[in-house]
Design a protein around this ligand. Structure first.
Ligand code: GLN
Length: 541
């Protein structure tokens, strides 16, 4: 619609203030009022997408249905809005420059000097507006990565300045800052916010709303002071106080009137107040869950839990809907050995082995899969986690001692996990994996079928290696079966051990599609199995 409204969310003072959560919360409130809303993230780095980044850099790489490798904030957007995002929702400086340079080579700017202003800023504006013009959203919320004052984000802020000028009341800026509390003097300090707004003003942008992150309630005096120094209405000074769950933030923002203030600024009708009934029902389940279920997440990036953001959130959704809190134990796969595995895993009700790439930490993942299989502990292997379960079974049950994935040992005599045929001639690393949603046909009377309760599902992927079907018969005879395959290629998507309490490995990533209002059936089933196992008393092995 030509009237699309654009809300920009910028951050100041420090990073990690939660721009993604504020953007997602505002979107949730507008969605509850019936608007078609989407959120976009502009990342100021030069990688074309985060697919080639080590998770230690910016956390997990989130994969969309259309196969884009994106920033983890898109995971929050989907979990809050329950609506899939796409490639258009994440744009990096690398992609902007790549597009501009490709156009230059084609001769699109023939005769002209190609410059940051207007060519880069025009390309940024084109990518922002695309969601309104092509995808027809009523409101597009664009989160600018980084912090105001960074050299890297200057072209984005300049594009925002131009759009505010062009679009008038159809564009606005929300600036998120930190109000630190100084315990020694018992005071909340607004100076960093004033400086941050000053930095924005220097580059021509007056924020319309300020969201202040704080650990203590802001007094009226503090709000007045901020309003006065930063040229905003007092009602546009919004407090964002620390809360125990990110899912409480939409409710807090509603109490602060963020959605109403935004609608007024955008000259959209402000009637009524959405009830957020289902959302609040989830929150009350979350708060009232008293019993706990202990789940171990075995991975090599556990020092940075953001590397497993979607898995951790999916477990939380599943725990909540099963009326339990998930007591998550992060277990470093590099420190796990056949000698210490019992000691480290014996108290767990369920074990999840995480996705990953490369050799580091593999032996620990294999030890975890073996322990779970032998001790009848609910096990969920995701992507590389599934591949590890297959390798472990091959080595210890089929007695194929040197069985491996071709990824870890190119010359293995038993490549039970092998490179996919269409990956064999791939040399570039960026965006070349098997990515995005593919169908999976489930086998009846399996754990997976019982969880999904349907025959055909669509799940997102991110891998180069697959189960080697030459070994399928051997596996099935020995008790590990294929419970789901791709209907077009026959690729094994799910393995299970039917004689085990709950032992499932999936080649795809169910964690990318679990949302607050639509928890993923496989996580629900895994957590339920873990709870049931816990009830029987874990320590009796
Ligand atoms: N490294 C494995 C592959 O490429 C698994 C990938 C993953 O866990 N996402 O197939």
């Amino acid at each position: 619609m030509p009237d699309t409204r654009y809300v920009f969310v910028t951050g100041g003072v420090t990073s990690s203030l939660g721009k993604g959560i504020i953007s997602a919360s505002l979107a949730k409130l507008l969605q509850a009022r019936g608007y078609r809303v989407t959120i976009q993230k502009l990342d100021p780095y030069l990688n074309v997408d985060p697919g080639t980044l080590n998770p230690y850099e910016h956390g997990e790489c989130f994969v969309t249905e259309d196969g884009a490798e994106t920033d983890l904030d898109l995971g929050h957007y989907e979990r809050f809005l329950n609506v899939p995002t796409s490639q258009a929702n994440n744009v990096t400086t690398g992609r902007i420059y790549q597009n501009v340079i490709n156009k230059e080579r084609k001769g699109d700017y023939l005769g002209k000097t190609v410059q940051i202003i207007p060519h880069i800023t025009d390309e940024i504006k084109r990518n922002i507006k695309l969601l309104g013009t092509k995808h027809k959203f009523d409101v597009v919320i664009t989160e600018i990565g980084g912090t105001v004052g960074d050299i890297e984000s200057l072209p984005y802020i300049e594009a925002v300045r131009q759009l505010k000028w062009e679009l008038g009341h159809r564009a606005m800026v929300i600036h998120l800052t930190l109000v630190p509390y100084l315990a020694a003097s018992g005071e909340l300090k607004t100076k960093p916010t004033q400086h941050s707004v000053k930095s924005l003003l220097e580059i021509g942008v007056q924020p319309d709303v300020l969201v202040l992150r704080t650990e203590k309630d802001l007094t009226t005096d503090v709000r007045k002071k901020v309003a006065l120094f930063c040229n905003v209405d007092i009602r546009a000074v919004i407090q964002s106080i620390d809360v125990s769950s990110i899912y409480e933030v939409p409710v807090k923002m509603q109490e602060e009137g963020l959605d109403e203030t935004v609608l007024e600024k955008l000259r959209l009708p402000v009637e009524g107040k959405p009830e957020l009934k289902e959302w609040k029902a989830f929150l009350s389940k979350l708060k009232n869950a008293k019993k706990t279920v202990r789940i171990g997440l075995v991975g090599k990036y556990v020092e940075l839990p953001d590397a497993y953001k979607s898995i951790i959130e999916s477990l939380n959704h599943a725990g909540t809907y099963n009326d339990h809190k998930v007591d998550l134990r992060l277990i470093h796969s590099e420190n796990l050995t056949t000698e210490n595995v019992e000691n480290k895993l014996k108290d767990l009700h369920g074990i999840l082995v995480a996705p990953g790439f490369g050799h580091r930490g593999i032996e620990g993942k294999l030890a975890a899969a073996k322990y779970a299989r032998e001790k009848n502990i609910p096990f969920f292997g995701v992507c590389l986690g599934m591949q590890c379960a297959v390798i472990e079974f091959a080595r210890n049950v089929l007695k194929l001692e040197k069985a491996n994935s071709r990824e870890m040992d190119h010359n293995t005599p038993h490549p039970v996990i092998d490179l996919m045929e269409d990956q064999k001639n791939v040399t570039d690393k960026g965006g070349t994996m098997r990515l995005g949603a593919y169908e999976c046909e489930l086998t009846k009377n399996t754990r997976s079928y019982n969880a999904y309760k349907k025959e055909l599902v669509n799940e997102r992927h991110r891998h180069r290696y697959e189960f080697n079907n030459e070994y399928l018969e051997q596996f099935e005879t020995a008790g590990m079966i294929s419970a789901g395959t791709n209907p077009d290629t026959g690729l094994v998507e799910i393995i299970e051990i039917p004689s085990h309490r709950w032992f499932v490995g999936v080649q795809f990533h169910p964690e990318y599609s679990s949302t607050v209002l639509n928890p993923h059936p496989m996580f629900l089933a895994f957590v339920k199995a873990a709870i049931d196992h816990g009830k029987e008393g874990v320590n009796r092995h």
